[in-house]
Write a protein that binds this ligand. Structure first.
Ligand SMILES: NC(=O)c1ccc[n+]([C@@H]2O[C@H](COP(=O)([O-])OP(=O)(O)OC[C@H]3O[C@@H](n4cnc5c(N)ncnc54)[C@H](OP(=O)(O)O)[C@@H]3O)[C@@H](O)[C@H]2O)c1
Length: 188
């Protein structure tokens, strides 16, 4: 099992639009049907992992976004309306244990957002950081850092051009560990 964070970002480094939506949603190529490699990526995944902020909009979606994946959510409370099959926990270490206990050999798609990616990186549990860089400039929005520490220990693994002008870059983070988001190392 590998924990693989995969997220889209603008060419000027923002993972959300200025209004807070995931970067991909602003890309005309994605809106018109390009998958940006997500189908191939998901073929190796059996679970989705995310923070409560990223999870909550799914509860009002007309379509459940992860029909084929076990879903794990990190958050202080279980949001109202969360389906029974979703596992939630307020403690990232305990959630990681639950993910490992349930694992049948497939990978885990760490969807985000930045704070949750930073949290699992701080635990030394982030295996891959996969970025889909979109051919767009946002001029504002949320960045991956500082939630994911700048010392993420990235080792380049691969790159490929995607239809529509996006570029996928895959880094290994195995063996690296950052600070818990919002907490300096001295307070961990
Ligand atoms: N570009 C992309 O592909 C992409 C992908 C995913 C998300 N996003 C964007 O990312 C934004 C959200 O990112 P975010 O970083 O603010 O939020 P997030 O990581 O989705 O969720 C943050 C929440 O997760 C819980 N959490 C995280 N670390 C924790 C820890 N160490 N201990 C306990 N709980 C912890 C907390 O829940 P509680 O508050 O309940 O304690 C925290 O408020 C959204 O705007 C979304 O659109 C973009």
């Amino acid at each position: 099992m590998k924990i693989r964070a995969r997220l889209s970002m603008s060419a000027d480094g923002y993972v959300t639009t200025p209004s807070g939506w995931p970067a991909l949603t602003a890309d005309p190529a994605f809106v018109s049907g390009q998958s940006h490699g997500i189908r191939e990526f998901l073929a190796d995944c059996e679970a989705a992992l995310m923070g409560r902020t990223t999870f909550e909009p799914a509860l009002t979606n007309s379509r459940w976004p992860w029909p084929d994946l076990d879903v794990f959510v990190l958050g202080s409370h279980r949001p109202e309306g969360t389906p029974d099959h979703v596992t939630t926990d307020s403690d990232p270490v305990r959630l990681l244990e639950k993910i490992r206990a349930a694992n049948r050999g497939g990978d885990v798609h760490l969807i985000g957002g930045p704070r949750t990616i930073g949290t699992f990186h701080a635990l030394g549990a982030l295996d891959r950081l996969e970025l889909v860089v979109l051919p767009m400039l946002f001029g504002g929005g949320m960045q991956l850092t500082p939630a994911l520490s700048a010392e993420a220990g990235l080792n380049f693994l691969s790159q490929r051009a995607l239809p529509g002008g996006a570029v996928e870059i895959v880094y290994s983070c195995e063996g690296s560990r950052g600070d818990l988001p919002g907490k300096p190392a001295s307070q961990r």
